[in-house]
Design a protein around this ligand. Structure first.
Ligand code: 5RP
Length: 234
């Protein structure tokens, strides 16, 4: 197994161990969370763990069905006990950039409804300042892509329309929207940028997750993990 996968596996297994009988769990998207979903499926099969999950994307829905996690939609519940999800960048205040998988809009809804939002990462995701490596994905109504791109430039961001791989044309999200990947080369004020992007007409949501994460599980290549909590970062 590649070293990064050992770190992701360690984070995923520990995250799945936090889930208790009867819990309602938010099921994140991405290669790190996939290890947690696999482990949850194993616990359901082998330990008789009884949980229900709410997926954050068509990808996590497919994965949950494959590993045998029973699903409910947000129509059927008011809140979740815990949500497990990955991240592209994590800063010392546990603010995040998410959305490499274009699932950040649903991921943010699910995370915001959870009593505890646990982020799964490896050391490569930890940064001193958000935006130094990862762009901020902005989910936009296709007809608004150009005006939003110009507005993002006024906020200091360089936007590129995300194009499909092995599909011609733009990436189309689960909501039928497009993604602008916006490079800021370092974000000094995540709170301010969060609000500024969110209020642009035509923007559905974006990948800055500010003050949402409760804990970050950082998997290590030697198969161990460490946990950073909001309590530690204040
Ligand atoms: C998808 C996401 C993912 O959680 C994030 O990109 C991390 O993915 P991975 O664990 O594969 O690195 O936000 O929209």
């Amino acid at each position: 197994m590649p070293n990064t996968d050992s770190a992701k596996l360690a984070a995923g297994k520990h995250a799945a161990a936090l889930v208790e009988n009867g819990m309602h769990v938010g099921l994140g998207t991405g290669s790190t969370t996939a290890f947690a979903l696999e482990e949850l499926g194993r616990r359901i099969r082998e330990e008789g763990l009884s949980v229900v999950g709410t997926p954050t994307s068509s990808a996590s829905e497919r994965m949950a069905r494959r590993v045998g996690i029973p699903l409910v939609s947000l129509d059927e519940v008011d809140r979740l006990d815990i949500a497990l999800d990955g991240a592209d960048e994590v800063d010392p205040d546990l603010n995040l950039i998410k959305g490499r998988g274009a699932a950040h809009t649903r991921e943010k809804i699910v995370a915001s409804l959870a009593d505890r939002f646990v982020v799964l990462a490896d050391e490569s995701k930890l940064v001193e300042r958000l935006g130094v490596r990862a762009p901020v994905p902005v989910e936009v109504l296709p007809m608004a892509a150009h005006p939003v791109e110009r507005a993002l430039a006024r906020l200091g961001g360089a936007a590129v329309l995300r194009m499909g791989q092995r599909k011609d044309g733009p990436v189309v999200t689960d909501q039928g929207f497009w993604i602008l990947d916006v490079t800021f080369e370092g974000i000094d004020d995540p709170d301010g940028l969060n609000a500024a992007i969110k209020q642009l007409p035509g923007v559905l949501d974006h990948g800055l997750f500010v003050h949402l994460a409760s804990d970050v599980i950082v998997g290590q290549e030697n198969g161990t993990y460490r946990v950073i909590s909001t309590d530690d970062s204040t």
